[in-house]
Design a binder for this molecule. Structure first.
Ligand code: LHQ
Length: 265
């Protein structure tokens, strides 16, 4: 099934949802309209228990070039825009919704991811990029800080030395380098991007969805917790998961020497 929006495509198929940012002539830069479509689509995905994985990608040759700067030009005599309002209303809910979805989210970075477009990719749980793709912290060219979680993601994932270099110089970080720095999960040949992503998404869509939700929760909590707190969280999550049908199925399948049939329950 596919659902039409003006600025994105939403496809739902066998437990997998795919959101394709669809403003290719502007490298899928964010506008109010794009944000509104994303909000609506993510709300539907969150409310549909049959969806067990989400893919986010871009139409055309770019993934997402960040904020559409046509919306941000300040003419002579005009009051400066309130960028904080735009972040509060649009980008913060977007990033927090992606992080909070109880299903794995895969960014299929098909081309350049610049500014808040790079933050969008890094807000996803797994990032797979085409070899020709690149990540650009374009904010410094505009006199801005990396936003939409940019300073958080870069610093947590790479450490402050590399985060600072990327943020101050705004250079292209090629997908291969991003992989070797550990910023993303994988870089693959361009032609292999969507086949690879769909294969992994299908694997996740037929996996133990409850376990994935708690894994996501635990991995992100570990960024904040001390060891003891984290061990306590793991205990609590495992206690819940031990009651799921998927755990029962996983153990039975192992003992019966057959592949498990997880239902996400
Ligand atoms: C664009 C854009 C774009 C409009 C390409 N806007 N048209 C900011 C402020 C407000 C609040 C919230 O937070 C933010 C966060 C941010 O995201 S700040 C960062 C904004 N993004 C940028 O500064 C990136 C601007 N784009 C570029 O530097 C280049 O386009 C990159 C390096 C991404 C790609 O370069 P090329 O591959 O050479 O493509 P291009 O520049 O030729 O772009 C293709 C078209 O897309 C072109 O239009 P045209 O009509 O000439 O074909 C661009 O103007 C348009 N486009 N990014 N952000």
């Amino acid at each position: 099934m596919s659902t039409d929006y003006q600025h994105i495509l939403l496809e739902l198929n066998e437990g997998m949802a795919t959101i394709t940012l669809n403003r290719p002539e502007r490298l899928n830069a964010f506008t109010q309209g794009l944000h509104a479509d994303l909000r609506d689509a993510l709300g539907r995905i969150r409310g549909d228990r049959s969806i067990r994985v989400l893919i986010v990608t871009g139409a055309g040759r770019g993934f997402c070039a960040g904020q559409d700067l046509n919306d941000r030009a300040v003419g002579p005599g005009e009051a400066p825009p309130d960028l904080g309002e735009s972040l509060e209303k649009n980008y913060k809910p977007l990033v927090l919704t992606l992080r909070g979805l109880p299903i794995p989210v895969i960014a299929a970075v098909n081309g350049v991811a610049a500014g808040a477009g790079a933050s969008l990719a890094l807000a996803c749980d797994i990032v797979i990029a085409a070899r020709s793709a690149a990540f650009i912290q374009a904010f410094c060219r505009l006199g801005l800080v990396p936003d939409a979680g940019g300073t958080y993601f870069l610093t947590r994932i790479l450490g402050s030395a590399r985060a600072m270099g990327l943020a101050l110089f705004g250079e292209r970080l090629e997908a291969e380098q991003a992989q070797s720095w550990g910023l993303i999960w994988k870089c693959v040949d361009d032609a292999e991007l969507m086949p690879t992503v769909r294969k992994l998404a299908a694997q996740l869509a037929s996996g133990p969805t409850q376990g994935y939700a708690r894994t996501k929760q635990a991995v992100y909590a570990a960024e904040q917790h001390a060891l003891e707190q984290q061990i306590d969280l793991e205990r609590d999550l495992q206690r819940e998961l031990g009651r799921t049908l998927d755990f029962k199925e996983g153990v039975s399948a192992f003992l019966e020497k057959r592949p498990p049939r997880f239902r996400g329950e």
